[in-house]
Write a protein that binds this ligand. Sequence first.
Ligand code: ATP
Length: 250
Amino acid sequence: MTDVAAAPIGGAPGDRHQIPPSIVVDGVRAAYGRIEVLHGVDLVVPPASVFALLGPNGAGKSTLLKVISGRMRPSSGQVLVGDKAIGKRPTEKLARSGLCAVPEGRGIFPNLTVRENLSIWTYRGGLNLRDVEERTFEAFPRLKERRRQMAGTLSGGEQQMLAISRALVTEPSVLLLDELSMGLAPLIVAELYELVGNLARRGMTILLVEQFVTTAVAVATRAAIMVHGRIEQEGTPQEMADAALSVYLA
Ligand code: ATP
């Protein structure tokens, strides 16, 4: 097996000479202690697509993202990003190889200022703080006004902007987004998802978990519904939006 850290996964978005990677989840089981919550998940996210993973609370969606991002080990099965096996690699290595996860709860450092958070994104290599700030503040002018503020004291929407700025500046080839809309006003959610759509058009492979079906469907090119630790259905976003209604209301 080739080393994930040795070569970038896929290519940088916008690099037309490289095919962006797909995500393949093959028979993944995962447990917290003795309680298994993923009971054999199979999923294929096509390259350069936005795949929405829908499902009721507790279905295992966040757990699956944790396994894909290498933060949790599967008890069996495997995850491939491009042709590289994931799952037993430290997250740090994955980050350097082009996979970025924005976890539920935002994944920012609350006790550091906005600027200090941005300076952390520069560790991806080849980036200086000035470039990172320029790109971030161009997308989110509000963060410029708040650059000296502790990230933990930002509003929910501003925290999410800061979290997603990581994907904006490091340009991963694979982006995992967990409940971007959580606790946010609809206008801010629309703004963030517009940005997600732009990232996808630049060739990123994006897997997103979302409770709000209409929000997810607006940006996704493919979708699936997860229930009780298994993928129950997969199809077009509209098909899955319709199916989700009956699953959620059942
Ligand atoms: P939600 O939409 O509510 O976030 P989800 O589909 O993302 O739900 P998970 O967060 O993956 O679901 O949780 C799946 C199951 O695993 C739930 O029953 C949950 O209680 C359990 N679980 C999640 N995290 C842990 C943990 N750290 N320790 C023990 N059990 C956990």
